[in-house]
Design a protein. Structure first.
Length: 265
């Protein structure tokens, strides 16, 4: 995962937490670019709001965790409940029409929570520390995510993963997803990661061997297009914590999960 723009941003998550608008310079729930025309919201207060939203606390091992009683957990539960109702109906309709329904999940902060990394590195990104963190393969689940993955599978829906993690991080991603109980279709035919050295032909408009120029939207929407047009699936739902996970089409419905800690353009 390359955080091309990583900021402590106020997103829909914080809006749900009780502040749709924090004041001069603050972001709104649907804002996808920074607002530099006015004084921003005080970062110290914003961090406190983020901690309140997550119910952030250190466990017995000193790892920062989100609370299952937090507003963050409640917002996820509401999203998951709606998604399960929708998947059930959409899957039955697709199967009745003879189509192959599929769902697509981002991984970072959609299935695996990175709150401990954000807290330890003060909401900044460093490729080396991030790679080390991912390779430990011990991130906790985003609340409800393993259950949602397994639910989709139980309804006869094909599960795919569309992540900004690099190909070199595949083993760690698979191990971590198994650890949280999202052990569904974790093979190379279903888990799409960035392979900058040997990008797939379907991304040839923006990536060639050794020359990766794809934006996040181009990479992720191009992968979804491949799943639909080349593999023959109908993506009934696409899940991500960033708008760039969701933009670009090739999904019947999108679900934006809350993430107030960074923004990926």
């Amino acid at each position: 995962m390359h955080k091309s723009l990583r900021i402590a941003a106020v997103t829909a998550a914080c809006a749900l937490a009780g502040g749709a608008l924090y004041g001069a310079g603050a972001a709104t729930a649907d804002q996808t670019t920074a607002n530099s025309t006015q004084e921003p919201y005080n970062i110290g207060l914003l961090v406190k709001d983020i901690d309140t939203y997550y119910g952030t606390h250190a466990d017995a091992s000193g790892v920062y965790q989100a609370s299952p009683d937090s507003q963050y957990a409640q917002d996820l539960a509401d999203i998951d409940a709606d998604a399960m109702r929708y998947i059930d109906k959409a899957a039955r309709k697709a199967q009745h029409r003879g189509e192959k329904p599929a769902v697509v999940f981002d991984i970072d902060d959609t299935l695996l929570l990175s709150l401990d990394y954000e807290k330890r590195y003060n909401y900044t990104f460093n490729p080396a520390t991030w790679a080390d963190y991912v390779n430990r393969a011990d991130r906790p689940a985003v609340f409800g995510s393993p259950e949602l993955v397994r639910y989709a599978e139980s309804k006869g829906v094909e599960v795919f993963y569309n992540s900004g993690l690099g190909e070199s991080q595949r083993a760690a991603a698979v191990a971590n997803l198994k650890k949280i109980g999202a052990d569904v279709n974790l093979d190379t035919d279903h888990m799409f990661l960035k392979d900058k050295a040997n990008p797939p032909a379907y991304l040839s408009d923006c990536a060639t061997p050794g020359a990766w120029n794809c934006t996040t939207v181009q990479y992720k929407s191009g992968t979804r297009e491949h799943i639909e047009d080349d593999l023959g699936y109908d993506i009934i739902a696409n899940f991500g914590d960033q708008y760039s996970d969701l933009d670009g089409g090739h999904a019947d419905r999108t679900y934006k999960l809350p993430n107030p800690t960074y923004f990926v353009s």
